[in-house]
Design a protein around this ligand. Structure first.
Ligand SMILES: CC(C)(COP(=O)(O)OP(=O)(O)OC[C@H]1O[C@@H](n2cnc3c(N)ncnc32)[C@H](O)[C@@H]1OP(=O)(O)O)[C@@H](O)C(=O)NCCC(=O)NCCS
Length: 192
């Protein structure tokens, strides 16, 4: 079939237009209407295809950015997601503040969700395809490497990577600060 014939076939298919309507509806409920519910500071930016849920329980601090195709889903009833100031989320980052129940005997999708807050500190960088599970706190200045699945709290200034995410390094002090660049921070410095 020629390209012109293929185009004509698409244009004559009512499904093409219905799919356009479905995509518009999706953009509305997953982004446009959610954005109105967000609590956000100054100079916050996010790609137009970021997916939000229950955005009345999502707070984004000044200067933060959320990359394209990211998913930021707060819980249906209690689970909140908080991003600090200047948090940087690469493309395809997933934050979800609830898990399905997993008892045997009932399909997982029919079980009540367990909701726990996610807290992302100031100046945190989440690399592409990182996943942060419910209940995790990531301390100020931490870095989550590309592809990590973060299931436990991350101390401030740690660099974590892998599945599940483990500490693979520490952000260095600026030149002249005189501190040991590899020195771990105290666990007590993790925000509550
Ligand atoms: C986490 C990151 C910042 C670390 O960078 P770095 O400090 O230069 O680290 P290095 O490349 O020196 O690697 C140090 C060690 O960590 C490992 N490592 C690096 N990134 C990793 C990751 N994402 N997951 C698991 N391990 C990782 C390296 O294999 C290396 O291990 P080794 O010492 O056993 O060889 C970087 O690898 C990363 O993931 N950046 C995110 C990029 C991204 O998503 N960009 C999107 C645009 S915003």
């Amino acid at each position: 079939m020629s390209r012109a014939a293929a185009l004509l076939r698409s244009l004559l298919d009512i499904g093409t237009y219905l799919q356009g309507v479905r995509l518009a509806h999706f953009a509305s409920y997953s982004h446009v209407r959610q954005v109105r519910l967000l609590e956000r500071g100054e100079n916050v930016s996010f790609a137009p295809n970021v997916s939000f849920r229950n955005a009345q329980r999502i707070r984004i601090g000044d200067g933060s950015h959320i990359g394209e195709f990211s998913i930021v889903w707060a819980g249906n009833s209690t689970g909140c997601i908080t991003l600090g100031r200047k948090a940087l989320l690469a493309p395809n980052v997933t934050l979800t503040a609830s898990d399905y129940g997993i008892d045997r005997g009932t399909p997982i999708m029919d079980q009540a969700k367990v909701e726990r807050d996610i807290v992302i500190g100031d100046d945190v960088w989440l690399g592409a395809n990182a996943v942060v599970t419910a209940g995790v706190t990531i301390g100020d200045g931490a870095i989550v490497g590309a592809g990590a699945v973060v299931t436990r709290d991350v101390p401030p200034f740690a660099i974590v990577g892998g599945v599940p995410a483990k500490v693979i390094g520490w952000r260095p002090e600026p030149p002249g600060a005189g501190a040991d660049a590899t020195e771990p921070r105290e666990a007590s410095e993790v925000p509550a």
